[in-house]
Design a protein around this ligand. Sequence first.
Ligand SMILES: N[C@@H](CCC(=O)N[C@@H](CS)C(=O)NCC(=O)O)C(=O)O
Length: 203
Amino acid sequence: MSAQNLLLVGRSSSHFTRVTRVFAHDLGVAYTFQVVRDLRALESDAYRGNPALRLPSLVAPSGTWYGSLNICRELARLATRSIRIVWPEQLRGAALANLQELTLQAMSTEVELVMNDAPQSALATKRRESLLGTLRWLEQNVDDALAELPPRDLSYVEVTLFCLLTHLEFRKVLPTEPYARLRRFAEAFGERESAVATVFAFD
Ligand SMILES: N[C@@H](CCC(=O)N[C@@H](CS)C(=O)NCC(=O)O)C(=O)O
C-alpha cells in the first residue's frame, strides 16, 4: 500500500493519533498525514466526516475509518509485514482487560480536561479525581497485568498505555513522577523505533 492511497487525518499532538502511527510504523504501512488544524471545528468535514467531531480518521480504498482501534485494525489488514498483535478482545482475565478499559477511559478523560473551558467546575474536579484514581490503579496493577500478555510483537494495550503516559507529561495534565512502575514501562516502550519516530509535537 503506497502512501498515496492512505490518508491519516489527525494531529501530531494527539495521543489517539499516535497510537495509529505506532501501529503503522511497526506494520511498515506508509501513509500521507493530514493535520486537523482546529480541534474546535464544528463541521464534520474537518474530521473527514466523523460526526462525533473527533480524530483520527483513516481514508483508505476500503472506506473511511473513524477512531484509533478501527484504524489500527485496517492498517493490520493492509500490511504485508506479518507481526503478532494482541487486540483488546484477546485480553484474558480481569486485570489485563481492566488495564485496557482504564487506559482508554483515562485517554478520553484527558481529552476532556485539555479541552475544558471551565477547569474549576465540579465536573472538571471529578474528572481530575477520576484520572488520579485511575493512575493509582494502573500503577498498582501494570506489572502483573502486562505479565499475562501472550508472546507478541505489538499490543493495543501497551501502545495505548504508552501514549497515555507520555501525553500526560506532554500536555502537562498530571505529573507521572509518583508512578514509578508506569514510568519504567513508558521508558522501556519509548526505546522502540516506532515510539521514537512518533514523538508528540504541535503541528
Ligand atoms: N474513540 C476515539 C477517541 C478520539 C478522540 O477523543 N480524539 C481527540 C483527540 S486525541 C479528539 O478528537 N478530541 C476532540 C474533541 O474531544 O472534541 C479514538 O479511539 O480514536
